[in-house]
Design a protein around this ligand. Sequence first.
Ligand code: AMP
Length: 261
Amino acid sequence: MRDSLRAADAPVEGGPGKLVLSLESTNAISGKQCSSLPGFTPGPILLFGAPGVGKGTQAKALMSAWGIPQISTGDLLRANVSQGTNLGKQAKAVLDRGELVSDELVNEMVAERLTRPDTASGYILDGYPRTLGQAAWVDVHVSGKGSSALPIIAVSIEVGYNQLLRRITGRRSCPVCKSIYNIYLQPPKVDELCDLDGTPLVRRSDDTEEVFEERMRAYQAQTAPVVEHYRALGRFRQVNGEQPIEQVTADVIEAVRRLRS
Ligand code: AMP
């Protein structure tokens, strides 16, 4: 298992160069915001939100702003699927149904990722923990660990159901340069071709309406209680995700800053 994880996860979230950010999100991570936080140590950050709220986009903005890695369990799982590892073979059917992969499998994947030195001053867990079982693991194994020894803080991005449905069912990406589009909200200039390199855009297999509904059910049943768990602990803030991307980024940064002050 561990060997297959190592083989698959290495190329996924190696740095900003892996994903071409949209213009708005590039603006959102301007040097002004970075320099306003000299010597700031973000520590471990949990980013919550239903499918389509923009966790990935915001996590990448924070990654660029603070030089800490984004650890997306969804990305790690998809990399395993596309590389045909044992883990990927086990996970593919679960992902395609919109259900959650077992806690054991995901916890092990995250544990492996957190051993890397780039997590020393902080990291953004994107899409994890998603169950109370995963949260229990996080609370024991993550909080206060590492050189910064800072406790976990959590930020939840909130977006209404209908907006999420449009974001998810319209989402397309370029398999070559990884640019993200939305055929309703941010369409490419020509048909479903990438503006940058003309490659036909692809849709994630779990971005259909049917699977979206299942993912929302999983979120409500299994992840909403996790959000409540961190809300009750107090190291928690909520951000309105229905604003322009750069405003959401500014609000997430402000939420983290306040939680760390
Ligand atoms: P995401 O890209 O975060 O929307 O995740 C895509 C899919 O990967 C989910 O619908 C789940 O099937 C699986 N997944 C991602 N993160 C987790 C997690 N923390 N626990 C269980 N399954 C996960």
